[in-house]
Design a protein around this ligand. Structure first.
Ligand code: SF4
Length: 368
């Protein structure tokens, strides 16, 4: 089995009792898998009684009881008694793997961290070097079937490397890099639609070279100077299933506040690059399910633009806005599916380009 994960992934450790926004306090439904149900049924002593007392039947499922949104087992010191007394292996699958997203592609498994976890977000946002992906071969046998087209999947993996290279080219301001990324995604999609997906790498190499790159950026300038409203994004975010009460409140602020985002882009350039890199790394290979890489790039750009807009309008910290978006969108397959489907429709590339600040005097691309 080949494992792949962001370079900082091995540094992640749950900070448990010191966590400022514990996943055990989110009111999430925690379904206990069958193997752990059996284990808990046989757990001796007061811990066994407490665990069994916290299990609730919900149709065919068994879940952990929540009390005012807090896991009924959570101790006052913020620790889980199962983990404290029996070790992490005794946690049910959901609790043991959170905040990881584990994506299986046959002989390949990709591990990503959810930004809803404050410790994962801290690690993601404090990386000063461009985020890379680490690959590792393990002895674990391949057990998952993978019936996707291997050529299309390989093309997507290459497209992800190319997309990361575009986004992490620090010789350009981040809005210019995103403009190039959107152009890259539009052309990549045309290649996929024609069945020419293997040509994607040549396309990225061309977009990376000065005359092509500069022309592509200049071609976006007219739209970027014109600007546009954030209203379509807000309408879309309102249509998603809301999982917290904070989120609709934050969206209201974004409607009624005018904003100038340029200073925010400059001040948080590396953090925004990291977020966009992580979202591309997670979502682009998933296009193997529908051959629509452009919608995954648009999703990643949409999340980045939403972070900028919501931070600027609310004055909230970038980490807390990114965490809220992750809770609302990334932990709901329905919400992610709704967004990806929406981004297969035309017009979003131009709309997102118009959200990006235009080059200013002094920017490397202003003089082109
Ligand atoms: S949110 Fe993250 S750091 Fe906090 S308790 Fe959960 S896994 Fe641990």
């Amino acid at each position: 089995m080949q494992l792949l994960y962001p370079s900082f992934y091995p540094e992640f450790h749950c900070i448990a009792g010191a966590c400022p926004d514990s996943c055990c306090r989110q009111g999430w439904q925690i379904t206990v898998d069958a193997a752990h149900r059996e284990r808990y049924a046989a757990l001796p002593g007061p811990l066994g009684e407490a665990v069994r007392g916290a299990l609730v039947r919900d149709g065919d499922d068994v879940t952990l009881r929540m009390e005012n949104g807090v896991c009924a087992l959570l101790r006052e010191d913020g620790l889980c008694p199962i983990e404290a007394e029996c070790g992490a292996e005794a946690l049910c699958d959901i609790c043991r793997t959170h905040p990881r997203f584990i994506e299986g592609y046959g002989g390949r498994r990709e591990l990503h961290l959810s930004l809803s976890c404050p410790e994962a977000a801290r690690l993601a946002l404090t990386q000063t070097e461009p985020i890379s992906l680490t690959s590792e071969q393990t002895d674990e046998p391949v057990s998952e079937p993978f019936d996707a087209d291997p050529d299309a999947f390989l093309a997507l993996l290459n497209a992800r490397s190319d997309a990361l290279e575009i986004v992490q080219n620090r010789t350009l301001p981040l809005p210019d890099r995103i403009a190039l990324l959107l152009r890259f995604a539009a052309r990549l999609q045309r290649l996929f639609d024609r069945g020419d997906c293997a040509m994607g790498t040549a396309l990225a190499a061309q977009l990376g070279r000065a005359p092509h790159r500069d022309r592509a950026i200049v071609s976006t300038r007219r739209l970027r100077l014109r600007g546009t409203s954030f209203f379509p994004e807000l309408t879309l975010l309102r249509r998603t299933e809301h999982l917290t009460e904070d989120f609709p409140r934050l969206l209201d602020l974004a409607v009624f506040t005018r904003h100038e985002s340029r200073p925010f882009w400059k001040e948080h350039e590396t953090e925004l690059e990291n977020l966009l890199s992580l979202w591309l790394a997670h979502y682009l290979p998933k296009a193997v399910r529908d051959d629509h890489p452009q919608s995954r790039v648009l999703l990643s750009v949409f999340l980045t633009l939403a972070v900028v807009r919501l931070c600027v309008c609310s004055g909230q910290e970038l980490a807390s806005v990114a965490a809220l978006l992750a809770k609302e969108l990334e932990h709901s397959e329905e919400n992610i599916a709704l967004l990806c489907k929406t981004f297969t429709r035309p017009g979003w590339t131009e709309h997102f380009l118009a959200q990006l600040p235009a080059p200013l005097k002094g920017d490397p691309t202003h003089a082109i």
